[in-house]
Every structure is written in structure tokens, then in C-alpha cells.
Design a protein around this ligand. Structure first.
Ligand SMILES: Nc1nc2c(ncn2[C@@H]2O[C@H](COP(=O)(O)OP(=O)(O)OP(=O)(O)O)[C@@H](O)[C@H]2O)c(=O)[nH]1
Length: 386
């Protein structure tokens, strides 16, 4: 499916840059336009692939290109104030060519977590295409302010987009990795999963067209209905002997039964392995299973069995399935998109943080009101004395 990508804040911009690299490397063809928005000049300068004229600096009047320092209310205020600057870049997108917008942001900082929901709301008001979010949750060790920002912004972002795809940094950290090295690896993991899904919905006419190829409407239908989505992915290397031996024996190593079993078990591995946002698979409302790899190894029975297994697992009647043939690969893979998931421990934890923060704010306010009232009272008594 064709997307207009908009990265908001540092993480958002870097992930959009990585999507562009993936799209170029794989010939995926799903990126129609790419924009990066930030309140920090250096973050915009650090990008490699987003075209310079599509890098929008916001909030110059208030923060002078220095970022908002994890203040997400300021991030939101800046986005509101400078929405016309962002719109200037959006005006260059050939909107009739795209299937959807994708707004990408880290939820823990200030610029992206504050600004992305403001932008999503604006886009939904103006355009008819769906507006999806890709929200990146902070690691739990990053500190209170990041968690609090994420807790607050998550709720708002879910409300403002047609569907929020989520990646949890916390579930993907590796011990002993530097922060920067870690992000580079994690960003590749992000685009490998989401990029493969979007590319799957973007097969050209004349590409290897099988009857069961997934198209963009299946992705859109799976995401419609809103809520939160997560992705699982599993793959396996396959031997493809299309050389001398196969021409002599007429056998290229293909066996129907093996292909079916392989695909069915890859669907299970994808759904039950590490998801971009870990959750209880049974709580998904809708799902999509996509099999990728050399056409000779994609077999309809395997995808169908995997799809049925996911139907049983989720109790949902809305599990779609299809192929994304990739002729030059020696790898068979499956992507499982789970949409409308509700049983997500990490989100419960964030909601708890938001509730506690709210209560603390209310307590502090109540205490301040009490102190103020008693001050007035004391003032009254003093007045009476004099
Ligand atoms: N996956 C991933 N996460 C990142 C990356 N960079 C930062 N993050 C996460 O994003 C959050 C911080 O958001 P940033 O995007 O750096 O902040 P910002 O939106 O630019 O806002 P300010 O820096 O506060 O102005 C942190 O919680 C990190 O977990 C990245 O390259 N990849």
C-alpha cells in the first residue's frame, strides 16, 4: 500500500529514514512521500534520506531549534501553533496517490509524543484517507518523565488515529548494547516487520501475481475498527535448487506437504513469538496472515491452515490471509498482524501510571486549595484583630 510517512520528533524521523532505506533496498514501493518534523535542528540535520525540503522545523519562536526537552505539553502547543508550516510540506504529497498516512513518533519524548496526536487530528479533519500512527514506547529504565509522557500521549494518540500500530522498545532491548547501537538494530527490526506488511499490499501489476496475493484493502480492513495493533514475524531459510541437479532430475526440492507444514508452523511462531507489542493473542479482534517468499514455496493450504489456527486462537471471524511472493529470496516468512488487541500488560501498566499521576496532581491541588483557604482564613482573623 502507498503511504505518506511523517516522522515526528527524533525517533519518528529516524524510523522514517530507515523505512526509506528498506523501501529502496527491497524495491518495496510503499513509500510515496516522507516528511520529518522536529523542534530540534540537529535532529533534522542528522537524517540521511528524508529529502531536505521535507524536513520541517517547528517551534522556532519558542525553543529556537533546541528541542522541547521532553516537555510534551510544549510539544503539543508547538505543533498546534505551527500546523501551517507542516501543512506546507504535506501540500507537496500527491494525496490522491496514497492509501493512507502513517505518523511515526516516540511516545516518551516531548516533540513527537506531544505533536503526533495533534498532527493526526489535523490530517483526519482534512483528508479522507485513513491516518495510522506508529507509536514507539520507551524502555522502562528510561526514567519517570518518559513513562509519564508515554502514558499520557498513548491515550490521546489512540483516539486521534484510525489505528495505532505499536512497537515497545522495552520488549526489544538487548543487554550490553549501547543506546545508539541498540536503536539502529531496533529500527531495523521495526521496518523489517511493518515495512514488509506495507510492501505486501503494494504488488505491481506484472509482478508475480498469484490469485491469493494480499492487497492494500485487506490491510486497511484489518486495521479499520481502530484500537491498537501489533505484528509478529517468523522466517526460515529454504533450499532452492534450480540449478543443474533440478534440470536433470526435474525436482527443485519442492514438496507440497513440507511447504504446507512449514507455513502453518511459521504462522504459529509469528503469533506466539515476540510481537512488536507483546499481548495476549486471544484478545485480538481482527487479524491478517501474510506468507512471503519464493512463489514455489508459498502454498495456499499452508496459509489457510495458519489462518484457521489464528481464527481458533482468537475466536475472531475476521482473520484474513494471503501471499506476498518474493521471487529472489531463499527465505519463507509469515507476518501476522493482530488488530484491536485489548489484553496488553504494558498498556495496563502505562494506564496505571497515568491514573496515579492524575491522582497526585489532584492531591497536590487539593492540598494547595486547603492551604490557600486557611491562609485566607488567617487573613480574615488578622483583619478582625486590626
Ligand atoms: N526505536 C527507537 N526509539 C527511539 C529512538 N530514539 C529515541 N527513541 C525513543 O523515543 C523516546 C524519546 O523520543 P525522541 O523521539 O527522542 O524525542 P522527541 O520527540 O524528539 O522530543 P524531545 O527530544 O523531547 O524534543 C525515548 O523514549 C526513546 O525510547 C530510535 O532511534 N529508535
Amino acid at each position: 500500500m502507498k503511504l505518506a510517512l511523517i516522522g515526528f520528533g527524533q525517533a519518528g524521523g529516524k524510523v522514517v529514514d530507515e523505512f526509506l532505506a528498506f523501501d529502496e533496498r527491497t524495491g518495496g514501493g510503499f513509500v510515496e512521500s516522507a516528511i520529518a518534523v522536529n523542534s530540534a535542528t540537529t535532529d533534522l540535520q542528522g537524517l540521511e534520506r528524508v529529502p531536505e525540503r521535507n524536513r520541517v522545523l517547528v517551534g522556532q519562536a519558542r525553543v529556537k531549534g533546541h528541542g522541547v526537552g521532553a516537555d510534551n505539553e510544549l510539544g503539543a502547543a508547538i505543533a498546534e501553533a505551527d500546523i501551517d508550516e507542516i501543512q506546507g510540506a504535506i501540500d507537496r504529497i500527491p494525496v490522491h496517490e496514497i492509501d493512507a498516512f502513517l505518523v511515526v513518533a516516540g511516545m516518551g519524548g516531548g516533540t513527537g509524543s506531544g505533536g503526533a496526536p495533534v498532527l493526526a487530528k489535523h490530517l483526519r479533519r482534512i483528508y479522507t484517507q485513513p491516518v495510522y500512527g506508529l507509536g514507539i514506547l520507551p524502555g522502562t529504565d528510561e526514567g519517570g518523565i518518559y513513562t509519564l509522557n508515554a502514558a499520557r500521549s498513548f491515550r490521546t494518540f489512540v483516539d486521534e488515529v484510525d489505528n495505532l500500530l505499536v512497537f515497545d522498545n522495552d520488549a526489544w532491548r538487548s543487554a550490553g548494547e549501547s543506546v545508539e547501537g541498540g536503536y539502529d538494530r531496533i529500527n531495523r527490526e521495526i521496518v523489517e516487520r511493518f515495512g514488509l506488511l506495507f510492501a505486501a499490499g503494494e504488488m505491481d501489476e506484472g509482478d508475480h501475481v498469484a490469485e491469493s496475493v494480499v492487497d492494500s484493502s485487506e490491510i486497511i480492513n484489518t486495521l479499520s475498527g481502530g484500537g491498537v495493533s501489533t505484528i509478529g514475524y517468523a522466517s526460515e531459510t529454504v533450499e532452492i535448487d534450480d540449478g543443474l541437479l533440478s534440470s536433470l532430475t526435474g525436482d527443485d526440492g519442492f514438496d507440497e506437504g513440507t511447504a504446507t507444514n512449514r507455513l502453518t508452523s511459521l504462522v504459529r511462531k509469528a503469533a506466539l513469538g515476540r510481537l512488536t507489542l507483546p499481548c495476549d493473542v486471544a484478545s485480538a479482534d481482527r487479524g491478517l496472515v501474510v506468507a512471503t517468499g519464493p512463489p514455489s514455496r508459498l502454498n495456499r493450504k499452508g496459509v489457510e491452515r495458519g489462518r484457521q489456527w489464528l481464527e481458533d486462537e482468537t475466536g475472531s471471524m475476521e482473520i484474513r490471509g494471503g501471499d506476498y511472493p518474493l521471487p529472489d529470496r531463499n527465505e519463507v516468512g509469515t507476518i501476522v498482524l493482530l488488530s484491536g488487541v485489548t489484553d496488553v500488560p504494558r498498556i495496563d501498566q502505562l494506564q496505571q501510571v497515568a491514573i496515579e499521576a492524575q491522582e497526585t496532581t489532584e492531591d497536590v491541588r487539593a492540598q494547595a486549595d486547603e492551604e490557600f483557604a486557611s491562609l485566607l482564613d488567617t487573613g480574615g482573623k488578622l483583619d478582625a484583630l486590626f
